[in-house]
Design a protein around this ligand. Sequence first.
Ligand code: PMP
Length: 410
Amino acid sequence: MPASNSFDPYEIRKDFPLLSRTNRGKPLVYLDNAATSQKPKSVIDAVSHYYERNNSNVHRGVYELAEDAENLYRTSRQKIAHWLGVSAEEIIFTRGATEGINLIAHSFAKHHLNAGDHIILSEMEHHANIVPWQMIAKSIGAEIQVVPVLSDGSLDREKLSEFLANRGASLLSLCHISNVLGTINPVQEIIEEAHKYGVKVVVDGAQAVPHMRVDLRNLGCDFFVFSGHKLFAPMGIGVVYARNELMDKMLPYQGGGDMIDQVSFSGTTYAKGAQRFEAGTPNVSGAIGLGKAIDYLASIDFDQVDAHEKNLLQITREELKDIDGLLEYGSTVDKAGVFSFSIAGIHPHDLATLLDAEGIATRTGHHCCQPLMQKIGVEATARASFSLYNTREDVHAFTDAVKRAVQILG
Ligand code: PMP
């Protein structure tokens, strides 16, 4: 475990067993953190321990083992709520951010938006924050309005203000941090503005929670979603935060066990609160792993994490600045540690293949942001994304390999 308040990526790395493996026979340099993060040993152990000592279905058993599982599951929900500055009753467990947005679209928007209402999105959204809204908009006859991205990767605030002030404006769903551009949207300010017009705000926090402490009461959003796997926790667990008053107005979109109060063929009543949205056996081990990831992060100073990741981005830029034809996407002043780029005349997949041969894991493609790719006029970019366990040496390995690749491919 990292020592309290001292942030040292070299020490932190030791907590992540996977980082010591090789990739194509070379030491692994893992720079695909925006896709998923690696897991600390404490999280891996918590999941194994659950299956070795505590596995039982929750909500139903009267025996001690079932109570143990129930207590662990409940404690995790409380830890997550506390971490986000909200109450446990406002936390719904999902499979991830994608399921979370689908849940909000089906359980809230479908019942509270009307034909002709506007759902406001932006050009920098992940498909997970586009497609569910398109599906709902189509079914209720709502209209989607898209806020443009400016050339530095920031949101066109003027256009956003115009959309919010429109009579039909009903709901805004926006990423906190873009997974391609690294843009950190000023969500608190935007939420305040949206609320003046009675517009509900969904924040897609998938890329924010691994890099900054997010206090949801301060932020003031109506809904917030994220995925555990990007926050050093297992895959298949995620969270929807729904403000209490809104949770009461939502209707379940999946039916089954655990989400009911009474079932009969003449009619069924639903459980109260978050449980109404958690049909079927939940991902108990995932929730426990997520609670453990939060325990792990609790001792880390996120201001230092933020400064560290931004410093890695700065070093990357410095070391690659002399490459002809290199274009970085996203140049807002306060951007997260995501370096999306292209090099004229070189296909990103060819570049990533050469990097892979040197042990370096980066991602290329549309990053589930095809509308953004259309906007910036490319089919794909290469992307290196940093996390708290990356070091300057990782960056040097990456930039040296990029330079060698350019000599081969250029
Ligand atoms: N939103 C953003 C901004 C993301 O980066 C991602 C994952 N790349 C998602 C949503 C979807 O997350 P998941 O696939 O874990 O549901």
